[in-house]
Design a binder for this molecule. Structure first.
Ligand code: GLN
Length: 475
């Protein structure tokens, strides 16, 4: 698979037409879809129209943008104007957004071409991409396994070579964990680097849009194109992504770089194959000149519980808008009054996991529980953020496994939500802290399946973080 940087170069120089690039990508998408179910919608017409426009721009000598002709896949909880956006939910099965998410508008303005909308766990709630109204996503390397989630469709589309770049959303790990399971790169930037305008909200204080790619430099380019303050999202910040950092020397590219292995995330609960892949990576990083030390994030043990209190609380509030009156597919039978119709529509339109989370969130926000759970969780969140900042004080990046295990068989964890939730321990600390984190492939760990290594950096330090990750990915 050619990288996004390379495709754009060829299209910009006129060496290859965007129509050609897109036609080939559409063929690959159709073939992959039959095996992986990575897409909810493949937008062939829209993609070809956009490709012709790019080719016209190139022919006329105008500037087609840094991502000219690059086919991209967009997670189906990110709004695309005129293109159905379901969030993997039956309640949004007919939703055609009248506007583009800011990230989509900026990608298209840079010349990228939306090839389709990718499958996901409903509203981003899950770690396996099995809980979608469009059916489960299957792992490109083993159709009997999960891709991870919730951005499993985006991970599968990149891993299967359909597109070099895809967008996902990451509330507690949903870009990085499927990237790790599928053997690709996944980057969740700092909270506020990318506008969330047009992202269908799950837990707004944790949600960030992120990028999946094969190549770290493709992720950097995509982030650079999408970043910058957006008046439509008050939490977006005017920050930029620094360009690739020149290497110290070619045989010791990490000279002067300090990396902190998080002690609490290398022990119990991490599969042996994942641990040995990380240990081998650590040795390679040292061989490339990095100083690798051990650091501690003591509040890690509280992170998953804290995450699930905050995420479900915010979800219960965000999902209240799907009342089937103003918003969401309505199910009504003769004689229903408004309340009965609302209940019927929400019961039919929202899946079991989403309902479970709305119930949990409503509970932790209720008058009798607010102080004991929600307020306490906000306090612990601060503790986690402080611990992450303290651990980062003496190093350039933290290193952890992206996930404690490799992909598991389809269905294996569907009846055990706690097992599914606990797998987020490695990733959710970055969301709680608002810090940027990137997962790079760390080799085959177990069952012939890949695992990922996660690097966590200081807020708005994506430039340096990606430079370290790029060296690790090549090591
Ligand atoms: N697995 C986590 C959850 O279910 C993370 C999901 C996400 O990042 N969107 O909440």
């Amino acid at each position: 698979m050619t990288s996004a940087v390379q495709i754009a170069k060829e299209v910009r120089s006129g060496g290859r037409s965007a129509v050609d690039v897109v036609t080939e990508a559409l063929d690959r998408a159709a073939a992959s879809q039959a095996r992986t179910n990575a897409f909810v919608t493949i937008s062939s017409e829209r993609a070809l129209v956009a490709a012709r426009r790019i080719d016209d721009v190139v022919r006329s000598g105008r500037e087609p943008g840094p991502l000219a002709g690059v086919p991209v896949a967009i997670k189906d909880n990110i709004c695309t104007r005129g293109l159905r956006t379901t969030a993997g939910s039956a309640i949004l099965r007919d939703f055609v957004p009248p506007y583009d998410a800011t990230v989509v508008a900026r990608l298209e303005a840079a010349g990228a071409i939306v090839l389709g909308k990718t499958n996901l766990d409903e509203f981003g709630m899950g770690s396996s991409s099995e809980r979608s109204a469009s059916g489960p996503v299957r792992h490109p390397l083993d159709p009997g396994r999960v891709t991870g989630g919730s951005s499993g469709g985006s991970a599968a589309a990149v891993a299967d070579g359909v597109v070099p770049l895809a967008l996902g959303s990451d509330t507690g790990g949903s870009v990085r964990q499927p990237a790790a399971f599928c053997g690709v790169v996944g980057c969740k930037p700092t909270y506020g680097l990318l506008s969330r305008y047009g992202l269908i909200a799950y837990a707004s204080s944790l949600d960030q849009i992120g990028v999946l790619s094969r190549d770290v430099e493709d992720a950097r380019l995509a982030l650079a194109v999408m970043s910058g303050r957006d008046p439509l999202d008050a939490t977006s910040v005017d920050a930029a992504v620094a360009p690739e950092r020149a290497l110290a020397t070619s045989d010791a590219p990490l000279a002067g770089v300090r990396i902190g292995v998080v002690r609490e995330l290398m022990g119990e609960g991490v599969a042996p194959g994942v641990r040995s892949a990380l240990t081998a990576l650590r040795a390679r990083l040292e061989g490339l000149g990095a100083a690798v030390v051990e650091v501690s994030v003591p509040s890690v043990r509280l992170a998953v519980a804290t995450y699930y209190v905050i995420a479900t609380a915010e979800a219960s509030s965000n999902l209240a808008r799907y009342d089937a009156m103003l918003y969401g597919a309505r199910v009504a039978v003769a004689g229903d009054d408004q309340e009965r119709s609302m209940r019927r529509s929400r019961a039919a339109g929202l899946g079991r996991e989403v309902q479970r989370r709305i119930l949990m969130g409503t509970f932790v926000l209720s008058a009798g529980s607010f102080d004991a759970y929600y307020r306490r969780a906000l306090q612990v969140r601060r503790l986690v953020a402080d611990d992450v900042a303290a651990a980062l004080a003496g190093v350039d990046a933290l290193l952890t496994p992206t996930a404690p295990t490799v992909s598991w068989p389809l269905g294996a964890r569907l009846d055990d939500p706690l097992a599914m939730y606990l797998g987020d321990v490695t990733t959710c600390i970055a969301n709680l802290a608002g810090a940027p984190a990137v997962s790079v492939p760390a080799g085959i760990a177990e069952d012939d399946l890949p695992c990922g290594a996660q690097f966590v950096g200081a807020p708005f330090d994506e430039g340096r973080l990606l430079s370290i990750a790029a060296v690790a990915a090549r090591s």
